[in-house]
Design a protein around this ligand. Sequence first.
Ligand SMILES: *[C@@H]1O[C@H](CO)[C@@H](O)[C@H](O)[C@H]1NC(C)=O
Ligand SMILES: *[C@@H]1O[C@H](CO)[C@@H](O)[C@H](O)[C@H]1NC(C)=O
Ligand SMILES: *[C@@H]1O[C@H](CO)[C@@H](O)[C@H](O)[C@H]1NC(C)=O
Ligand SMILES: *[C@@H]1O[C@H](CO)[C@@H](O)[C@H](O)[C@H]1NC(C)=O
Ligand SMILES: *[C@@H]1O[C@H](CO)[C@@H](O)[C@H](O)[C@H]1NC(C)=O
Ligand SMILES: *[C@@H]1O[C@H](CO)[C@@H](O)[C@H](O)[C@H]1NC(C)=O
Ligand SMILES: *[C@@H]1O[C@H](CO)[C@@H](O)[C@H](O)[C@H]1NC(C)=O
Ligand SMILES: *[C@@H]1O[C@H](CO)[C@@H](O)[C@H](O)[C@H]1NC(C)=O
Ligand SMILES: *[C@@H]1O[C@H](CO)[C@@H](O)[C@H](O)[C@H]1NC(C)=O
Ligand SMILES: *[C@@H]1O[C@H](CO)[C@@H](O)[C@H](O)[C@H]1NC(C)=O
Ligand SMILES: *[C@@H]1O[C@H](CO)[C@@H](O)[C@H](O)[C@H]1NC(C)=O
Ligand SMILES: *[C@@H]1O[C@H](CO)[C@@H](O)[C@H](O)[C@H]1NC(C)=O
Length: 707
Amino acid sequence: MGHKVLAVFFTLICAPGLYAVFLVPSKNPVAVGTNVTIKVNDTGIITVGLWLFGPSTLYMWYPGGLTQGASLQTGTEFDSSTYQLTLSSVTLKNSGLYVLESMVPIKTRAEIALDVQEPVSNTTAFVSMTNLVEFNDTVTLTCSASGTPLWFSWHNGSSTVTPGERVELRNGGRELFINGVTRYDEGPFKCLVKNNISHAETNQMNLNISYGPGNLVITASSEKMVYVSGSDIFLSCSADSKPTAAFYWMYNGNRLNVYGSSYNLRNTTQNMRGEYTCVGKNPVTLRYAEVTKMIQIVDPISAVTVHPAGYPVEGTAFNLSCNVVGPVDSIHWMKNGKYLDDDTDDTITFFNNNSILSFYHPDLSDDGLYQCAASNAVSNMTSQTYDLMVNYGPNNTEASGPHIAVVGSSVTFSCSSVSRPQSQYSWYFSGLNVKNGSVYVTEPLSKTNSGEYTCMAFNSITGRSSIDSVTLAVYVPVSNVTVTSNNQQPIFNQSFTLTCTANGDVQHIQWMKNEKNLNSDNMINFTDNQSVLYINPLTLSDNGLYQCLATTAVNNMTSVTYDLKVFYGPWNTTISGPLVGAVGHNVTFSCSADSHPTSRYSWFLNSTKLGEGPELTKDLSLNSSGRYTCMASNEITGRSSNASLEFTLRYPISNVIVNAGNQQPVFNQSFTLTCTATGDVEHIQWKKNGMFFILTMESLSPMATRP
Ligand SMILES: *[C@@H]1O[C@H](CO)[C@@H](O)[C@H](O)[C@H]1NC(C)=O
Ligand SMILES: *[C@@H]1O[C@H](CO)[C@@H](O)[C@H](O)[C@H]1NC(C)=O
Ligand SMILES: *[C@@H]1O[C@H](CO)[C@@H](O)[C@H](O)[C@H]1NC(C)=O
Ligand SMILES: *[C@@H]1O[C@H](CO)[C@@H](O)[C@H](O)[C@H]1NC(C)=O
Ligand SMILES: *[C@@H]1O[C@H](CO)[C@@H](O)[C@H](O)[C@H]1NC(C)=O
Ligand SMILES: *[C@@H]1O[C@H](CO)[C@@H](O)[C@H](O)[C@H]1NC(C)=O
Ligand SMILES: *[C@@H]1O[C@H](CO)[C@@H](O)[C@H](O)[C@H]1NC(C)=O
Ligand SMILES: *[C@@H]1O[C@H](CO)[C@@H](O)[C@H](O)[C@H]1NC(C)=O
Ligand SMILES: *[C@@H]1O[C@H](CO)[C@@H](O)[C@H](O)[C@H]1NC(C)=O
Ligand SMILES: *[C@@H]1O[C@H](CO)[C@@H](O)[C@H](O)[C@H]1NC(C)=O
Ligand SMILES: *[C@@H]1O[C@H](CO)[C@@H](O)[C@H](O)[C@H]1NC(C)=O
Ligand SMILES: *[C@@H]1O[C@H](CO)[C@@H](O)[C@H](O)[C@H]1NC(C)=O
């Protein structure tokens, strides 16, 4: 019946919330000896149900009844109102599956596996070996404990040990196996043992792991890349090592008798630089390790100097070298305090790590104060300035001096040139060195000293020379300029020559008349290089003061004047004197002629010579009438000319009387006055009251009569 009825119930009472019945133990797992209650978390009423433990029934209830299973243990209780089951002082045997089956009103089933466990106790651990060597040794830590079930875990300090390359957990974690221990494996290790109801841990265990030496480091008292000589350098060596390593030192691979972690280098020198090695040995691991430190020790630069390679000469490559005493890292050049750069300056280059400054083609723009600055890691030093002055020349060599000179004088030549340093000068004449020095004052010169004087300027530094010349002509100056006529007489209408003579190198002669230059014309010619003045024919207009001016390259001189007076005449000879004269009186005749020199005069009466001189005075006698001739004669020209006059002898007038005769001067009648005189009267003139009458000749009739 049951089955059908139950099926009907099931169908009827089946309602939401009744399907899920859960068993909730007050704890699970449950420690041995404690109580546990399995609650049913369902409010529904189970009219018919049963509790099972494994295959055996613990309780069965139904309306009006409760039956206990046969295998029910003591201490097990059932609460029929809540259907909960309580187990007291459980033992391991209480572990198992507890099932609640509801039969009525619904058929459902719930189960719970209750786990009764023993608490952890008696935990201990031990280690196979405690003094270990890193990497070489293997260690096993073993943990043991009582209680069930057990989980083992290992802790190193605060972290949980997990299996890895070197680490294995064996035997359910009871053994910690470390293969090739490291220094980090020292622990403290402890083993933690637990189950679901308790836990316990072992004492801490420490491993003593010897390691190293490693990480050797040499530190210096003050770390520097480079130390200056004289520094004290304190080296100390450290290593990661357990136990502490023992050190010794090596230098450049050679073992030193130096032990201990520190090594002090005092008052170092450059040759103490090198590799310092610290070797560490661990007495336990028996391992060695070493570290090497390079110690650089550099002497400071103690001197820097600039040296020229020879002399700087314009246009010739030139080097300056920088000499450094001490180790050099770099050299820089400065000009006038500014750094030089051969990348930007085409005219210079640096060689030999800048120790040589090379000028391809030095010129004056390279003049300046040069320094080189050398530096190394510990010092730097700048040289004194080197005053670079590019030598040049001689340029523009110029010889100067007169081009003409007078015999006997001395002349001064001087020579100049643009040159650094000053050129040396020497003078040459006719291939001979006549003087060293820029100024050459000649000896008194002779004609043979004419020629080319060459100055050579020589610059002993540049080795160059250049020349320039002056051409000198030496002249005899003109002197003693005279004009001569060679004893010729200048005679009118004849030819005449004047000769100009002079001493000296006369180049030109100029004739002058009355201080004016004479030029040739059809009557005047110059011959013999103008030295001869030829006049043909001479005229009076040639009279004058003649000079010649003789000119040389060096002077001129004018002669004293030559007074040319042309000899001529006599011309226009004239005789003067009375044409008539009275006996007993003296008569004077004069003669003149145009003549040079003055003519001599000779007097003749008819052909009888009376005398000489320009005047002739003669007392008149009865035979003094006749033709008087004056002859003028010029001694130089050899010419003469005459002039004559006819002289008549007369009686002089006397007894001049005015005679009226017997006449009376009657008004309105004629009246005659008669002039009577003795002598050769030629002419009568009347006066009235002391005044001459002006009469016609007809009105008068000469009445003079000879005695
Ligand atoms: C019963 O237990 C289950 C699981 O713990 C829970 O989900 C449910 O709500 C409980 N029911 C009652 C009535 O306590
Ligand atoms: C366990 O149950 C027994 C009897 O029911 C009781 O005497 C005892 O005190 C309980 N123990 C604990 C720890 O509750
Ligand atoms: C604890 O361990 C020791 C040694 O391993 C053993 O002799 C002893 O019986 C153990 N005690 C319990 C309660 O297991
Ligand atoms: C250091 O060494 C130099 C020679 O190398 C010596 O002249 C000098 O006196 C030394 N200085 C000290 C302080 O020892
Ligand atoms: C460690 O092992 C190496 C080879 O594995 C051995 O040569 C060395 O002697 C060992 N060191 C120690 C301290 O036992
Ligand atoms: C040179 O040396 C002085 C002092 O030693 C330092 O002040 C300066 O900076 C140095 N100059 C260079 C270019 O190294
Ligand atoms: C000297 O003469 C040379 C050649 O003519 C010329 O190149 C140079 O510049 C001159 N130097 C000076 C300083 O005048
Ligand atoms: C000048 O010339 C005259 C004649 O030619 C000569 O007698 C005289 O010695 C000369 N005088 C000098 C100083 O040359
Ligand atoms: C002077 O020279 C000119 C031409 O040279 C000539 O005609 C003339 O007859 C010459 N006179 C004399 C006086 O020789
Ligand atoms: C002659 O020399 C004087 C000075 O010595 C000079 O003044 C004059 O010009 C010169 N005359 C000529 C024609 O050379
Ligand atoms: C002579 O004198 C007259 C007058 O004084 C003059 O005209 C004439 O030319 C002269 N004769 C000579 C030859 O000089
Ligand atoms: C005339 O001339 C002569 C001689 O010259 C002189 O002695 C005489 O006294 C003169 N008679 C007169 C009158 O002048």
